[in-house]
Design a protein. Structure first.
Length: 212
């Protein structure tokens, strides 16, 4: 009640449908319980249910949790329709086109454990060769060199920033000694000191003897 202020037309002095919305502090609120659609008990129960559904699922809840991935999930294709072979029941792979959509006539199911064991045996035989081992060593060395260059760049940047922070602190201390002891100045000093400590700790952690 009282949310709107009606205005008259200055030319005709007639009360027309021209109004402005009043500030909320000017509103007059009147309780009219007879016009409620539902009672307080039902309203509170509905609100509690809405809040309960908003809460994230706990770690023990299975709702929304991802199914466990199997070794060959998404890697086996049906030779008849090209659909994926997916887990059927507990121990078998089966054509998803036949199982879920009934669009394929392939009813062959394959035991999971023998198929996965055979696949791993083939991979072991064909991947653990002299050439593949050499390629692995080369790629590993290249990656270690890249990570070393990345660490060196980060260390250089940290050293540069540490010098900047030290210079800024020196200037701030000079202002403090000159009698400019404002709250802003003290806050800036505290911030730079914390950053300096963090950068110094980061440099110590990057030393060869301290790296994990």
């Amino acid at each position: 009640m009282g949310r709107r202020e009606w205005r008259r037309n200055p030319d005709s002095e007639k009360r027309e449908r021209r109004y402005r919305l009043r500030d909320q502090s000017e509103w007059v609120e009147i309780a009219v319980p007879d016009l409620r659609i539902i009672d307080d008990t039902l309203f509170e129960a509905a609100r509690d249910e809405i809040e309960r559904r908003k809460r994230p699922a706990t770690t023990s809840s299975t709702v929304g949790s991802k199914r466990a991935k199997h070794l060959l999930s998404g890697l086996i294709r049906c030779g008849c329709c090209g659909a994926n072979y997916t887990i059927s029941g507990k121990d078998y792979y089966r054509c998803a086109g036949q199982k879920e959509r009934v669009t394929c006539g392939n009813r062959v199911s394959v035991r999971k454990e023998p198929l996965e064991a055979a696949t791993l045996a083939v991979l072991q035989e064909h991947l653990l060769t002299e050439n593949h081992v050499r390629l692995f060593i080369e790629e590993f060395e290249h990656e270690m060199q890249r990570l070393g260059r990345q660490d060196a760049g980060m260390e250089h940047a940290a050293q540069h920033r540490l010098k900047q922070v030290t210079t800024e602190l020196d200037n701030l201390y000079q202002n403090l000694l000159a009698g400019i002891a404002s709250p802003v100045l003290r806050a800036m000093i505290a911030e730079r000191e914390a950053e300096k400590e963090r950068l110094a700790a980061q440099r110590v952690a990057q030393l060869p003897g301290n790296r994990s």
